[in-house]
Design a protein around this ligand. Structure first.
Ligand code: FAD
Length: 430
């Protein structure tokens, strides 16, 4: 009889860390990582930064050295999972090749770590243009973009979110001419408070990036002279941006299709409880694909961040082994652009009151509070739910580390105290 394995679908950040954590936690049976990409797990943050600026090589993105996987006897199957049968505890795989080859894998317990698929532009892209309209999610995507960022090359970035702006910053540092085309009224409309997004906008403008807001892309065509034209707007506001290459960064869709087809609860991502278990016993989900309960209330959230991948992977691995650990990590992410950094800890979307702690002209941290009140030294104070900061990376990092701890520990301090730059944040930790 085949020994049933701990199976992980998706050999990305979560998949890799979870496999490692299973071994570290003492699981001695098989661990099989099934991944559609032809690589051992790697970290994605450098793909839009060091890998494009040339400061990092592909091997430096690896989650672990290749030998470490072999030493831990972790198996990697380069295959796409087509279906999942929770009752039989079996996966159906397409192992590819010239003739699609279908195989089956029986599992003991299962982790779904399928991440997300890049959202594609739903507008006409002419055949002559399509080879130069690129997306960025994988190592192979980054390897295709990097050589195009030669000095003087014209780059149009569609999407003013994190990925688009990081690509813009990397391309500027390589001497490209960059235009960012954003459909919404401002940059970073999804996850960043408006005032911080305005500072990010100003930073890009100072660095020579042209930013076009409120510009819905209508089509991408190739001119006879070889240049691409990104057509946007309509009627009187119709316009176009000329480019040699277009990089599209308009978000991802959670890769929840096999979970949905298997009858698991799915709602723009795979629904999990506080132990990261899906609606099917013995099947867990983590990372970009998982929709999990917030520590701040009855709502759920999905995070597309390194920290979420790193921490959920470990909890899920322990729970695959029966630990029933509860996931309560504070959401946190960073983005590096030029020599600046943006960090967001907690859930700014819950803000009912915000105070600004100005560290100097260039650096600030914003603290967000929810309506709910907590008993503190200063009587009842609103509940601290987020801290977001932006500034030169060195200046920001030290202060944000403490700010993040304050939110993590849900310290009860009056908003005015947090706003007062004369009060040392560290003193509030006690
Ligand atoms: C360019 C870029 C820059 C980033 N920068 C930052 C940053 O600065 N800060 C930050 O906090 N976060 C950043 N992130 C986000 C962070 O990298 C992700 O949140 C993290 O990689 C998510 O890990 P995951 O394992 O959930 O998904 P992924 O790493 O996407 O892994 C999922 C894997 O599952 C595979 N898969 C999917 N479906 C199947 C299937 N049916 N069968 C087999 N395999 C399948 C996919 O091929 C993929 O390899 C960045 C992401 C990108 C793309």
């Amino acid at each position: 009889m085949t020994q049933r394995a701990m199976a992980i679908v998706g050999a990305g950040h979560v998949g890799g860390r979870a496999a490692q954590a299973l071994r570290e936690a003492g699981w001695q049976g098989r661990i099989v990582l099934v991944g559609a990409e032809p690589h051992w797990p790697y970290e994605r943050p450098p793909l839009s930064k060091g890998l494009l600026t040339g400061e990092r090589a592909a091997q430096q993105c690896a989650l672990r050295a290749p030998q470490a996987w072999r030493d831990d006897h972790i198996e990697r199957l380069h295959a796409r999972v087509l279906a999942l049968d929770p009752a039989r505890r079996t996966l159906t795989l397409d192992t590819g090749g010239m003739l699609a080859h279908v195989a089956h894998l029986d599992y003991e317990a299962l982790l779904l770590a399928t991440g997300g698929h890049v959202r594609r532009l739903a507008v006409p892209v002419s055949a002559a243009a399509s080879a130069r309209v690129l997306y960025l999610r994988t190592l192979d995507d980054a390897a295709a973009i990097a050589p195009r960022l030669a000095p003087g090359a014209r780059l149009a970035v569609v999407g003013g979110g994190f990925i688009g702006l990081e690509v813009a910053a990397s391309a500027r540092s390589r001497g490209c001419e960059v235009t960012v085309i954003e459909g919404g009224p401002r940059l970073l409309g999804r996850a960043v408070p408006e005032a911080l997004a305005a500072q990010v906008h100003a930073l890009h403008a100072r660095n020579g990036v042209r930013i076009v807001l409120g510009a819905a892309v209508q089509a991408i065509e190739a001119h006879a002279n070889g240049a691409l034209a990104v057509l946007h707007g309509s009627g009187e506001s119709a316009d176009s941006v000329e480019a040699d290459t277009v990089v599209v960064g308009i978000g991802i869709e959670p890769a929840d299709e096999i979970a949905r087809a298997a009858g698991l609860a799915v709602e723009r991502g795979i629904l999990v409880d506080e132990t990261l278990q899906t609606s099917a016993p013995g099947i867990y989900a983590a990372g970009d694909v998982a929709v999990f309960p917030s520590r701040f209330g009855a709502h759920r959230l999905r995070q597309e961040t390194w920290h979420n991948a790193e921490t959920q992977a470990r909890v899920a691995a322990h729970n695959l082994l029966g630990a029933r650990e509860v996931y309560r990590e504070l959401p946190w992410f960073w983005s590096d652009q030029y020599d600046h950094q943006l960090q967001v800890a907690g859930e700014p979307a819950l803000a009912r009151q915000t105070v600004v702690r100005a560290l100097d002209g260039n650096t600030q941290i914003r603290f967000d509070f929810a309506d709910e009140r907590r008993a503190g030294h200063d009587g009842h104070v609103p509940r601290l739910v987020a801290a977001s900061g932006f500034g030169p990376a060195n200046a920001l990092a030290k202060e944000m580390r403490v700010a993040r701890m304050l939110v993590e520990r849900e310290v009860t301090a009056a908003p005015a105290v947090l706003a007062d730059a004369a009060v040392k944040l560290k003193s509030l930790l006690a």
